[in-house]
Design a protein around this ligand. Structure first.
Ligand code: C5P
Length: 407
């Protein structure tokens, strides 16, 4: 039985019939030695009492009627910061919608917005509410924000209907909590990883630019995986619409030249991973004013070649121990990657097929081929998160026998 001694869980209880199950969850957590602080929403108070939960947890239970005295004892920000993990059980459709939209109009939603810790959500609601497109959309948003789900499961519901929407059982929620609180190996502690991601944006004039469809998803997933393995992680990112991964140092850039300058400034590093879809060309001279239609046909744009960031860093005096490039190809994927490995002077090329049919751009899955000087490894199709984790674990292994960067 894994002990949770020294761990602190902030349990946020929503107002649903499944709230009765949190008594058992609190008991299980206490048996493992965890500290459990509890917030009840106003609706939750209709289903369970602060008194019963305070008796079980041995801690004060906070309610929506959060008083000034409470705030002095344990401020609402401190309440979520002091926890190692936040658990929302039962997570009602309303609470999920608030989380997905960043609303903070009571103690529970404020604590959820104020936290920088991981969040486990155990949804519980009527099957139609669960299947409603609004709930599905909100759940997708939460997953994109890095929230973990426990359940819901299928079964008969309190309302007499049958289907998904039943809250996961307390022992299932406990298993998810134990897994999330398990100390992870941090082989990259004390190491620095620099990652480029997203597209670059090359201005034509003050209102127009040249860019591409890169979503930045793969690079952001790699940054999350690097943080999880304990690395100091710098993410040099072109314009994307993704949340900043917790623990990452984000360096936002627009053009390829800016991206290169920031990367050079971040050296030395132990590992550099270039996932950015850098525009190959920029407009040689950006027009200072918006280019007007003159009636004498379209303007000609003179292009200039952008610096190759990967090749430049690979060949610099401050070259990181491991340099990884990406190759987005639409044909002859591995052959081109092998040539690219040599041309760019990197240690690994992660090659992927970005032809329209493959659905890589903007999608959540990726099929990659890992090309090194010793050969090609074909990985099965997996999520971009799994690619990121596997890749970072591999890079950590490659680095282990070597010494850390001397500053
Ligand atoms: O040459 P190609 O664009 O296919 O190479 C892709 C790899 O090179 C990617 O890792 C990309 O991030 C990197 N690259 C770069 N600077 C460029 C062009 C590509 O860092 N100007």
């Amino acid at each position: 039985m894994t002990s949770l001694a020294g761990k602190s869980v902030l349990l946020i209880v929503g107002g649903g019939i499944a709230a009765y199950k949190v008594h058992e969850l609190v008991r299980l957590l206490k048996t493992r030695g965890a500290t459990v602080r509890i917030i009840l929403t106003r609706a939750a108070e209709q289903f369970v009492t602060p008194l019963s939960l305070a008796s079980l947890s041995g801690e004060k239970v906070y309610t929506s009627l959060f008083s000034l005295t409470d705030e002095v004892e344990m401020g609402h920000i401190q309440l979520s910061r002091a926890a190692d993990l936040l658990v929302v059980a039962p997570a009602t459709a309303d609470l999920i919608a608030k989380m997905a939209n960043g609303l903070a109009d009571d103690l529970a939603s404020t604590a959820l917005l104020a936290t920088d810790k991981r969040i486990l959500v155990a949804p519980a609601m009527n099957v139609r509410m669960w299947r409603h497109p609004a709930t599905m959309r909100n759940i997708e948003t939460l997953q994109r924000d890095g929230v973990t789900l426990a359940g819901p499961s299928d079964g008969e519901m309190a309302c007499g209907e049958f289907g998904p929407g039943r809250m996961a059982e307390p022992n299932e929620i406990l298993t998810a909590i134990v897994d999330m609180l398990k100390p992870k190996a941090q082989p990259l502690a004390g190491r620095k990883v620099v990652i480029t991601a997203g597209p670059t944006r090359e201005p034509i004039d003050p209102v127009r630019f040249i860019s591409n469809h890169s979503s930045g998803k793969q690079g952001y997933a790699i940054a999350r995986a690097a943080v999880e393995l304990g690395a100091e992680t710098v993410l040099v990112s072109g314009p994307v619409s993704l949340p900043i991964p917790p623990g990452v140092q984000l360096m936002p850039v627009e053009t390829a030249q800016e991206m290169l300058e920031i990367c050079e400034g971040e050296m030395p590093a132990d590992i550099a991973i270039f996932t950015a879809a850098v525009a190959d060309w920029r407009v040689a001279a950006e027009a200072p004013e918006k280019i007007k239609k003159t009636g004498s046909g379209p303007p000609s744009l003179m292009l200039a070649e952008n610096p190759d960031i990967l090749a430049t860093i690979s060949r610099s005096a401050k070259r990181p121990r491991i340099v990884v490039g990406f190759a987005a190809e639409t044909e002859h994927v591995t052959e081109h990657a092998v040539q690219k490995l040599k041309r760019k002077g990197c240690d690994l090329i992660v090659a992927n097929d970005v032809s329209r049919d493959a659905g890589v751009f903007g999608g959540d899955r990726n099929t990659i081929h890992l090309v090194s000087a010793t050969g090609v490894e074909d990985w099965p199709q997996m999520s971009k998160d799994d690619v990121a984790q596997k890749l970072m674990e591999r890079l950590a292994q490659m680095l282990v026998p070597q010494q850390k960067t001397e500053e």
